[in-house]
Design a protein around this ligand. Structure first.
Ligand SMILES: [Zn+2]
Length: 232
């Protein structure tokens, strides 16, 4: 045997996937920026090193993101066909604070003319199936003995998504299905951790969702995030 190549393809691999992911995004404020700000105030997130741009990311981070991308975008389609469900796919919903309306950004050309100078907040929903919100997540955190409250960021995300979805669909949506791939799921730190997949179906009250959205609004106003340009 001759070894003809032995290269590290991690960065190439994950950057190729990231390129696919690039699509036209709404130019206003994005929910991720608000959640980052909340987490920094809570002390649960370290501020990004450098300017946080893509070239500051290290290989490990690229690799994690590649895993998450595969799970969230490719498995979603496979699962939808297995479950014989209608997969509405990813959808970006945009709330305009000035007009207090929610619309989908696939009408971006038209909507930009109407809302261009307005304050808008966009959230990117992974998918909706069977009328409910569906989130596909990948994590390296131990999953066996974890509960939904161990994943504060995800919960904050989906509560905001449900609020946006309710407004957009004009009917209350309170339920989310999580399909979580725990890469080192059953025994983090052990020599032979086994991956696992968990399903959580969670319901929130409409009051909870309203309160959460008011919190997002007040964070956005207090930290003057309307001025922030989306960085990622
Ligand atoms: Zn507007």
């Amino acid at each position: 045997m001759q070894i003809l190549a032995d290269d590290d393809w991690t960065t190439f691999f994950s950057e190729s996937l990231a390129r696919d992911k690039d699509h036209i995004r709404w130019p206003g404020l994005h929910l991720g920026t608000v959640l980052d700000s909340i987490e920094q105030d809570l002390g649960t997130k370290k501020p990004p090193k450098g300017d946080g741009s893509r070239d500051q990311w290290d290989t490990t981070r690229h690799s994690y993101i590649a895993g998450g991308f595969i799970w969230e975008h490719i498995v979603e389609q496979v699962m939808a066909s297995q479950l014989d469900a209608t997969d509405e796919g990813s959808i970006e919903l945009v709330w305009c604070a000035d007009c207090d309306v929610v619309f989908a950004s696939d009408t971006i050309g038209v909507q930009w003319d109407l809302h261009g100078a307005h304050r808008t907040l966009a959230g990117n929903l992974d998918g909706t199936m069977l009328g409910d919100l569906v989130e596909y997540k990948a994590t390296w955190k131990r999953l066996m003995h974890s509960g939904p409250t161990d994943f504060r960021r995800w919960i904050m995300q989906v509560k905001a998504y449900l609020w946006l979805l309710s407004r957009y669909k004009n009917e209350i949506r309170t339920i989310v299905d999580f399909y979580i791939w725990g890469v080192a799921g059953d025994s983090y730190g052990s020599k032979t951790p086994k991956p696992m997949v968990r399903h959580w179906k969670l319901q929130f009250s409409p009051e909870e969702l309203d309160a959460h959205w008011r919190m997002i609004e007040s964070q956005t106003n207090q930290r003057e995030l309307w001025r922030v340009k989306e960085s990622s």
